[in-house]
Design a protein around this ligand. Structure first.
Ligand SMILES: [Zn+2]
Length: 341
């Protein structure tokens, strides 16, 4: 008899690769013990909306009330005040409050218009419209909505508001470091506008800063009066190569003084015309005809005058006024965060 041929083991069978693969009809449902051992999915603390709707009411002047039914979670994320209010355990709140029959009445300072600017979100409205930004500024400050407040604040200077209004806003929001950026444009506007041009409301907006502005304006007026009384000096000549010799230059000096007092002083001290700006002064001197003044002596003097960009003391007066108001308002500095690299 032939000896039986030994059966070769399958190359796939030695490691049990096929043999251990479950057949398709075999149930793959894990046992209860496996479920208990597997980690359960957890809810995202950031993106898990409770779905709770709350109804607010806000006044729409003069005699109308608007109801708003909104998801509360998105508002809690944006406002510390709303987060605190709605973070109170439900047992301590009225069961019906925040419903259509018993809405949460917003304070009178949060009008329907302001509340809507907050609900809409700052990415969806025209930031060139002053009312939009001012409404958002107001309500985000009330509701301590830091993101919206920071955005609204960054847009305020770009609105080119009247200087008294800008300063009034700076006073109201003086606890925020960003307000520092508003003081320079506000002071610049206030120093270039006669105080008598402000109405009562604007005077009220200037508030405690009024004496600082008044004193700065007085010092700027003094700078003009100094030049009215003591003319700008003729530029010195090159002693070695004078293009205007002494016998001629004495007429230059007489002409300069005579026509300065006759033509320039009268403009610097004019009682009814708007105060002469420094650039206006330079233009006036340039176009004034100084008889017997050598052209070279005048042109060198004009170059010297143009090297200044304002009346000599005015930049210092301006910066001092800005600094005094920042100090008066006690505006904090930006918090600097230094990271170890
Ligand atoms: Zn000369």
């Amino acid at each position: 008899m032939d000896e039986p041929v030994p059966v070769q083991p399958s190359p796939f069978a030695d490691q049990g690769l096929i043999g251990t693969f479950p057949p398709p009809y075999q149930s793959q449902a894990p046992s209860t013990s496996i479920i208990q051992n597997q980690p359960q999915p957890s809810k995202s603390p950031q993106f898990w909306d409770s779905g709770i709707m709350v109804v607010f009411s806000a006044e729409l002047p003069p005699h109308h009330t608007i109801l708003y039914r909104v998801l509360i979670d998105s508002l809690r994320c944006r406002s510390k005040v709303l987060d605190d209010i709605f973070g109170i355990p439900p047992s301590t709140q009225s069961q019906t409050q925040g419903t259509e029959v018993n809405p949460i009445a917003l304070p009178a300072s949060i009008t329907a218009e302001k509340f809507e600017s907050f609900l809409i979100g700052w990415n969806e409205f025209d930031d060139k419209v002053a009312a939009n930004i001012l409404n958002l500024l107001d309500i985000s400050a009330l509701l301590e909505a830091d993101g919206a407040l920071s955005y609204a604040m960054s847009k305020v200077v770009g609105l080119n508001l009247p200087a008294p209004q800008l300063l009034g806003l700076a006073w109201r929001h003086r606890a925020h470091p960003q307000v520092r950026d508003w003081i320079e444009p506000a002071v610049m506007g206030l120093l270039s506008t006669p105080l008598r041009c402000h109405n009562v409301e604007q005077e009220s907006s200037i508030g405690l800063a009024y004496p600082i502005i008044a004193k700065a304006r007085e010092r700027i007026q003094e700078a003009r009066l100094v030049l009215a009384a003591i003319p700008f000096q003729l530029a010195p000549r090159d002693i070695l190569f004078p293009e205007c010799p002494d016998e001629l230059h004495q007429y230059c000096e007489k002409s300069w003084l005579f026509f300065w007092y006759q033509n320039i002083t009268v403009e610097l001290i004019h009682p009814t015309k708007p105060p002469l700006s420094y650039s206006g002064l330079v233009q006036l001197v340039e176009k004034t005809k100084f008889e017997n003044l050598q052209e070279g002596c005048k042109s060198r003097t004009m170059e010297c005058m143009k090297s200044y960009h304002d009346y000599p003391t005015v930049p210092d007066v301006f910066h001092a006024a800005v600094s005094d108001i920042v100090q008066l308002f006690n505006i904090p500095h930006e918090i600097q965060i230094y990271l170890d690299v």
